[in-house]
Design a protein around this ligand. Structure first.
Ligand code: ATP
Ligand code: MG
Length: 407
């Protein structure tokens, strides 16, 4: 009976001039993500997008659609011809399959096909009369229904559905261009990365490792985290650059005033990240910083740290509370990986009293006590690169070139 999925674009529809670019990108992502289901077909209706199931079980498809950025909501729908008898019969069938025991129902009709001979309230009335005659245990309730049956009368047919699944929202994958995510193994930065992906920012990632002070397990954590969020990208892939950071950290520890250690370390991270961003055509950095969370995230600290770059920095968590960040981490299943106890380079050499109000002139004076330029060059030269893919659904990846031929 439910033989289609109706996909709604939401926020996308607002982007008048660019609408087509947006919807094309989203539709391609949907096709690509569902390409392993052989029987399904796609139908582009401009303001909506339909997946024809042709007998395919919808459960797995629903789970995939929930993870596609730019989808506002979607529904499993039953389709029939736009004539009143067919509509009445399908409405009866749908309700019979949905109700259990006494059910309060509401019917909502939308007549998008202005040539249809009956107006919306008349369609509702006709359908109501039919179902109340043929189905027991149902009662009309306009205010607190257990179930709302939506009847959508369109030129291409009439669609009936009772459930609306919430999509991820945001923008289609990669529509805003590329960002470079600074990712630690902690809770925050991976959530920041997920929020950036959801908002249409394609990602590469950079991680600073300080072996032997940090372990191989700490690096593996970062790999696992990226593999978790790669499913939100339309290619299901994210490249990770691991930068050897040991020498720089040791030099900071040896040469710089203790309480400026973290400020200077983070200035070095931003410098390296900006250079890498330019070389991989990323137009922004993305971090997991949240104002006030730790000493290096006071506004004064952020100002001194930010001063080394010109590139925009996206901080999706900037004003979020930790509880809300943790809730997202649980939803996207990164929480259990993040809380594994391996040390990050930020947690080694931590001064007892880090500056919460660093002065720019002092930071510059301290960092000039060693030749960081040559160390930055060396670190970038010795980076390791991993091409990581989503662990789930990796089988559904196909190349851009193939996509037009396939459908
Ligand atoms: P997280 O939970 O992401 O580790 P945090 O609250 O611990 O963040 P900091 O340690 O001050 O905060 O780090 C702030 C941000 O700097 C992180 O969110 C991340 O974007 C970046 N960062 C920290 N450590 C690293 C690292 N080892 N490699 C890459 N980026 C890092
Ligand atoms: Mg951290």
């Amino acid at each position: 009976m439910y033989d289609h999925i109706l996909i709604r674009y939401g926020e996308l529809s607002l982007k008048k001039g660019n609408r087509k670019t947006f919807t094309n990108r989203l539709n391609n992502h949907i096709k690509r993500a569902l390409s392993s289901f052989e029987k399904i077909r796609f139908e582009d209706r401009g303001v909506r997008y339909y997946v024809h199931l042709n007998g395919t079980e919808p459960d797995e498809i629903i789970e995939i659609l929930r993870k596609i950025p730019g989808i506002y909501s979607f529904s499993l729908v039953a389709k029939t011809n736009s004539n009143i008898d067919d509509i009445k019969n399908l409405a009866e069938q749908v309700l019979k399959s949905e109700i259990k025991g006494n059910t309060k129902i509401k019917i909502e009709t939308n007549r998008a096909d202005k040539n249809f001979p009956l107006k919306s309230p008349e369609i509702t009335k006709e359908v109501a009369r039919h179902i109340f005659k043929n189905i027991e245990n149902i009662k009309a309730d306009m205010h607190e229904p257990d179930l709302t049956m939506n009847i959508d009368v369109r030129p291409e047919g009439t669609f009936i559905y009772t459930k609306v699944y919430k999509g991820l929202g945001g923008f289609p994958s990669g529509i805003l261009g590329k960002g470079l995510l600074l990712i630690s193994g902690g809770l925050d930065s991976v959530v920041g990365g997920y929020l950036a992906l959801k908002k249409g920012i394609e990602l590469e990632a950079i991680h600073f490792a300080s072996p032997p002070h940090t372990s191989a397990q700490a690096e593996q954590k970062v790999i696992d985290l990226i593999e978790k969020i790669a499913c939100y990208d339309s290619n299901q892939k994210i490249t990770l650059h691991v930068i050897p950071f040991t020498k720089i950290q040791e030099q900071i520890y040896r040469n710089c005033q203790d309480d400026y250690g973290i400020t200077i370390m983070r200035r070095m991270m931003y410098r390296i990240a900006e250079r890498l961003a330019k070389s991989v055509n990323a137009v922004a950095l993305v971090t997991g910083e949240s104002v006030g969370q730790v000493a290096s995230q006071t506004l004064e600290s952020l100002a001194v740290i930010n001063e080394v770059t010109n590139i925009p920095i996206v901080r999706p968590l900037s004003t979020m509370d930790k509880e809300d960040i943790i809730k997202i981490a649980r939803d996207i299943e990164t929480y259990d990986i993040s809380i594994k106890p391996y040390e990050d380079c930020c947690t080694i050499f931590v001064p007892r009293h880090p500056q919460i109000k660093p002065k720019l002139s002092k930071a510059i004076e301290e960092e000039n006590k060693f030749d960081y330029e040559s160390l930055i060059e060396e670190a970038l030269l010795n980076k390791k690169v991993y091409h990581l893919s989503s662990k789930k659904h990796t089988n559904i990846f196909i190349n851009d070139e193939n996509i037009e031929n396939l459908f």
